[in-house]
Write a protein that binds this ligand. Sequence first.
Ligand code: ADP
Ligand code: MG
Length: 712
Amino acid sequence: MQTEDLITQHFRLAPSQAKALEKLRLETVRDLLYYFPARYGQVLPEKKIAELLVGDNVTIYAQVVRAKVSKAWKKKIPMGEVTLEDQTGRIKAIWFHQPYLAKKVAPAHFARLQGKVAERKGELYLANPEIEAVSGLGTSETLFADENNAEINYLLPVYPETRGISSLWLHHAVKKILKNNLQESLTDYLPTEIIKKYNLPKLATALVWIHSPRTESDSLAARKRFAFEEIFFIQLTRLRAKLNYQEQQAFVIKPEQKGLDEFISRFPFPLTSAQDRAIQQITTDFTKSAPMTRLLEGDVGSGKTAVATVTALAVVQAGGEVAYMAPTEILAKQHFESFISYFRHLPRVQIGLITGAGCYKFPSKINLNSYTNISRPQLLKWVANGEIPILIGTHALIQKAVKFKNLAYVIIDEQHRFGVMQRAKLVRKDENKAPHLLSMTATPIPRTLALTIYGDLDLTLLDELPAGRKQVKTEIVSEVNRNKAYAHIKQELESGRQAFVICPRIDEPDPTKALAMQTKSAKAEARRLQDKIFPDFTIGLVHSKLKPKDKEEVMSDFASGKIDILVSTSVVEVGVNVPNATIIIIEGAERFGLAQLHQLRGRVLRSSHQAHCYLFTSKASGQENARLKALEKAKNGFELAELDLKLRGSGSLSSGKQWGLSDLGMEAIKNLKMVEAARLEAQNLLKTDPDLKNSKLIKEKLAEQKAEIHFE
Ligand code: ADP
Ligand code: MG
């Protein structure tokens, strides 16, 4: 057996199992070794059937003789019953209420059961045991021989399953691989010095410990190692990207402070001290010859645009150009308009807008107070010769045809939607001059996560909302209070306000789930609200499967007030500015992360009217309620993001995927010390060996990783 061998070369698979492995993307023996358990269960001591006593908590391995499903006790309770046999005797396993478990393993197949031995009318049986098929692993002889000498009370790994592959199958398959010592043949990419320094297990040991730990501390040590490794290599990649970028020459800009102060003094508000600090940091970066790569992270409403305009002015004053990139046309247009409001008194600073829908320029020749539609070639010409120093737009901004004279500063809104590649495109190859980069995001993420996934960016936090800003009144509404909440919402609508309704799903019920587990779909909910709850109001529906054109139409009808209630899924545009929308209803709130809920409610923060957020929950358990309660209290997105990370069980950390992290990686994110250590080591390594000349293995690993990254 070799690590690169296909799984099928060594394991006989039923078609359903093959399919399941494909779905899990497990192809080679090596893949199996790197498919880690999600958690561990205690293994109950194993006994033969003849040895069982009433009250035992045991594991038995046996062959299924027959199975049947019936009703027990005057035909009220559905019941499943399986008769099992090993070399020593026979016993029944009985399930009440879950009769289908009796069908989980077909007759003649082998099963492993764990549960309690009970007695009825003098006969022993296993009451509601866990049952797993153990087929495909050979004859009963080898199966039992293997298990007989297994140590009692070791930790049983529980793997993320999928239909067709049981955790137990994976457990046995990996055990077989480990028995062949294949873990020893894998390259350990983590430097030995680091392994020693942090007292981590080496790769081969860690693989054994993560798959079949004898103690909990073994499994923890192994998990820690893999988590560290993941974070370390991400840090290395990002830090290298940063070093590469900063090797380029930037436009050195000495800000003209007087002009900036004058510009700021016209604001109808004083800057918050966080805004002040951010402007200082950015303009200081401008004076350096290496290009800035900075992330500005701040809640919705924290005033990122003001920071962007002041710093943009600093660049324009110095004769450079600014490109401002937004993720959607709607947002680009909104930024264009807000830039105009900030620069209105400086009509000589022309501002352009370029999107797929058309090109505009401010000011218009005829009316210095407004903007005008211009042709694309005209706009491109003026941008190329530097007459339009500020250009706002969507991805259209980074197309080849768009040439700047002196692009010195690039601002990217909602950074996570732009990939590394797109950023790289902004570098002017001809002069090898790179613009200063400012990424802005309103997605509050924990510090450890930011340090990791944005390791190539310096971080500036706008952790302060302008004074006097109203908070969104947030209320958790259980099912019994739903109508009361609707009555209140109706009043608000009648006085002219508008509402968002967010649903967890777009479409019709999920057939694989019981009705009680269903969450509301946007489509069905829009219909229900129109028919039953708000028949007198206009309801619109928007979701990700709509064509962009239809989506924009609905959004603009909502913005103009033609639509009173907008039903959507959570993926629909963040940051859309509809000041008259003061209500947001979130259905199935328990299914969202806190940070996401916080961002959703930010949509109704734009008004001078009191805003309300209703969190409808159908099944708020104590723990879920505690999580949502944090939203009623917490004011700040950063606090919430940290809380969210803490309160999420490791099972629900699937959100890591959105950041390109594994579940293990997300576990590491909970650990500030580990993230800082991984970062430190990555920094140290690049300091002593920036080109990785003496770190061949690491270079190899990074190259492999690069191949796996999919750019947007
Ligand atoms: P963000 O992009 O961070 O969500 P914006 O830049 O759109 O926030 O600002 C939100 C609103 O707050 C705008 O109407 C803006 O004029 C206003 N604003 C920005 N800074 C301040 C401040 N220091 N004091 C009061 N209002 C401010
Ligand atoms: Mg904004």
